[in-house]
Design a protein around this ligand. Sequence first.
Ligand code: HEM
Length: 186
Amino acid sequence: MSWEVETGRRDGRVSTMSEAFGLIPPSANISTLIAGFRARGLSVKDLVVLQGSHTIGISHCSSFTNRIYNFTGKGDVDPTLDSECIPKLRGKCRSPADQTTVVEMDPGSFKTFDDGYFKLVAKRRALFQSDAAMLDDDETKAYVEKSLTAGSTFLKDFGESMVRMGRIGVLTGQAGEIRKVCYKIN
Ligand code: HEM
């Protein structure tokens, strides 16, 4: 899988933590997710395709412990999470207050970019409510199911959606700057 990165993107010179909190949270439901992507010029397909990146990487327990300890404030669990996951995740995230422990998002394959995310979602084993929500819309659900078959187009689609994501919030005129190194200001 690869894609051609569009060059010449003007980026800002300031980053703040509070802006990160303005992003869509992992507790988001399907309508919040769709609206959030649409507001950034991305489609429902881009949403489900880009979520597929959760086949790699790690998460802090604090991003999902509500689902395994206290879902509605009554010490209950999220009924949309596979019940077999609850004791396993509690074994790793030992307390609802845990802020430091990290877990693999696609256990056993968290360094391999593959279709693993869609298998997790279909089995109701993905970590976030925003992942489980991929089964709550006809289009995203159909995409999850297609990705489990030989007809999966995920890797090709991912490159296309990454290019579209790279078009979010490009600055124009004299605002910002074209970075010489993508992850730092000039
Ligand atoms: C509304 C959409 C999204 C939500 C709610 C979301 C949520 C999250 C959360 C909660 C984590 C774990 C953070 C932590 O606890 O350390 C995470 C990690 C990650 N996300 Fe997303 N995400 C979204 C979209 C995306 C997109 C669009 C991409 C890229 C195409 C992406 C790629 C990743 C990767 C690679 C990690 C692992 C980072 C690491 O290993 O350090 N996510 N995401």
